[in-house]
Design a protein around this ligand. Structure first.
Ligand code: GDP
Ligand code: MG
Length: 395
């Protein structure tokens, strides 16, 4: 039976409209975040749901002895650590104040400050004045900080110029490269940390927004957690072009190091930002932002991560490129740890400019639940959580 032409045209238009609507609905419901295209990773932002404390038996300050000087306190083997310069004192004080207000004034874990130069008397006096907990001030040993002898400084300068031309921040600042290397593979070798297992890293100019009423370190220990993070984001591929190829060489030589329950799918995702994965030669550049991290130093001191760091160190990329401690820790954790032992501290409201982790909870104030960035809208696409939730989960 012949159908009139206008009816045929109308039917075709309807079909096209229905396909368009289905596509839009899929797109809107399956993707919240960067707006860079359909990506079935994040159905809704978990930070917008009411966030409570994690499950399990939590240690609380009103049930145990957490007084600062008690020799039998309930504190476990842990410290708050910070590598910091004397000149950053004014910016560090509010970080300490926030952490004390929201958490540590209840638990009194000690602080250990590290510096490549001696801390001033003023630095010591003003930091200790912010807490009842013990503060310790440590010099980084020269052999941990100095540029290794096998690094060719002429090649460093040439490479730094090239990276600078590509607009990479801090590319020609040797101390920045030294800092990244120290944070990647040296901090846990410091004699002052030898007796400790867990650490919480803080930096100047960070903010904490939510009251946390349980012992975070006991939570790590009781749950056998290796690593905890708040912010999960993309890196600049131009800072790490050889990091993934070098990692692959290491893995090829040590295939048994790969954890059975690893995060390879997150590390190599090429859907969310394909051009990043291409430019970083196979690495998505997704990482845990290490200005906040809570970790188990036994993992970093262990054979696998130690051998990995040594391999990277000798490959020279901390200087000839600008490998950051955040991607290095994240790849190490993602490959050698059990993903079940990596924890997203969604309940810790946190900010390091320009990004946030801000949960929806009555315990929080001063940030907007679910807001990831502050500033220009292009920052939205730096959020790697959709990929993490898809490949690893929301734990
Ligand atoms: N003692 C010391 N600390 C440093 C040095 N460079 C960076 N840091 C610290 O390392 C951390 C990261 O540096 P930051 O400037 O915040 O880097 P960004 O967050 O990547 O912009 C901060 O805690 C700094 O205080 C350095 O040369 N000496
Ligand atoms: Mg910083």
């Amino acid at each position: 039976m012949a159908v009139a032409r206008p009816i045929r045209m109308l039917s075709a238009a309807c079909v096209v409209f229905v396909i368009f609507m289905v596509f839009r609905m899929n797109r809107d419901s399956s993707y919240v975040g960067t707006g860079s295209g359909p990506y079935n990773g994040m159905k809704s932002d978990p930070l917008k749901e009411i966030t409570g404390e994690p499950d399990g038996n939590l240690w609380r300050a009103d049930e145990h002895d957490y007084s600062p000087d008690s020799p039998n306190s309930a504190r476990t083997n842990a410290a708050i650590i910070s590598l910091v310069r004397n000149e950053e004192l004014d910016e560090l004080i509010p970080s300490i104040r926030d952490l004390e207000r929201t958490w540590n004034s209840k638990f009194n874990y000690p602080y250990i400050f590290f510096n490549d130069k001696p801390f001033t008397a003023e630095f010591k006096k003003r930091t200790q004045a912010e807490t009842k907990a013990k503060c310790q001030y440590e010099l980084v040993p020269k052999e941990h900080w100095d540029v290794p002898k096998y690094i060719d400084m002429d090649l460093f300068k040439e490479s730094a110029e090239l990276l600078k031309e590509q607009g990479l921040q801090y590319a020609d600042k040797v101390s920045y490269h030294q800092m990244c290397r120290w944070n990647s593979g040296m901090f846990y070798k410091h004699p002052a940390l030898e007796k400790y297992r867990y650490y919480w890293r803080i930096e100047p100019k960070v903010q904490f927004f939510c009251d946390v009423d349980y012992d975070i370190f006991r939570f790590m220990e009781d749950g056998n957690k290796t690593y905890g993070f708040t912010i999960n984001l993309f890196d600049a591929p131009e800072s790490i072009p050889k990091l993934w190829p070098t990692t692959q060489e290491f893995l090829a030589a040590n295939p048994s190091y790969l954890s059975d329950n690893n995060m390879m799918a997150w590390l190599t995702d090429d859907q969310l930002r394909p051009e990043h994965t291409r430019d970083a030669n196979g690495y998505s550049t997704c990482h845990f932002w290490s200005n906040f991290e809570i970790g188990d130093m036994d993992f970093f001191r262990g054979d696998k991560y130690s051998a990995y760091f040594d391999y990277l160190d000798h490959a020279g990329g901390f200087f000839y490129e600008r490998w950051g401690d955040a991607p290095v820790h994240s790849i190490g954790v993602g490959l050698f740890a059990d993903a079940a032992n990596v924890h997203w501290f969604r309940d810790i409201g946190y900010r390091h400019v320009p990004y946030f982790n801000c949960p929806n909870s009555p315990k929080c104030s001063g940030c907007t639940p679910g807001k990831f960035y502050d500033g220009a809208s292009f920052l939205a696409k730096e959020d790697c959580r959709p990929s993490y939730f898809k490949h690893v989960g929301t734990h």
